[in-house]
Design a protein. Sequence first.
Length: 276
Amino acid sequence: MYFFLKVFSSYLRNAPTFAYKITYKIIYSLLFHILKMRKKVVLTNLKWAFPNKDNLWYKKTMKLCYQFYTKEFLDFLSFPKYYNNSKINFLNLEVLLEALAKRKGVILIGSHFGSFDKLFYAMSKKDINLTGVAYKQNNKGSDIFFKKIREKFMTNQLYKGGDAHLLNEALSQNNVLILLSDQDAKKKGAMVKFFNIDSSTHSGAAILSKRKQCPLIYSSITKINDSYEVEFDEIDTNNSVVDIVQAYTSKIEKTILKAPEQYFWFHKRWKSVRKY
């Protein structure tokens, strides 16, 4: 898989625009119409999150979601070609910079919404040191390839469930520690409301921010026409862990409501509480 991704990535970086667009259409059609990859999961999530919408809305939103993430995946594989060409506007970067000025490190809460890798790349261009935390891919070749791309704009990419010492080290070096905290956390998660559904949610960001007494910042990136808007919002960490988790989960929900098609509905977000 590593060799295939490397060759395909090289093709995407060097392909003229018309060839890139044709490739996008082929892969989108393959995923959406032929393989129907996770369509049942996506549709189920949309119906649970938006129970009052009609079938036309579900179908349209699902189609737009597949189109959005097909494009994002190809852009990622073609790194840095389409990342350098992206117009990313930081609406309030000062929120993050003021938090970094405290020299305690920053925990950046994000979600699988929008072009999150483009956000991190744009932050690195502002001379912000980033440490990412991700799940290890099942396929070793894919995992190595994706990690190599991300470490071109991150100081380091760690794995969930890995050495906690490395998290502490990143914060002690005043890095921005990125935690995407919107997936199902099984029995270990904090139970909070997400789209009015009891949802097992990762609480590591809340626990670590209280333990290290470092700022906790929520981030979002939303595509609007041909550009992207980035917003930051500091979260009050004086509350209980569950209240903090609810606070950033509510912010994720608010972001999704602006553009539901830009959320990664492919995860089984509610598998701890509902049957897919």
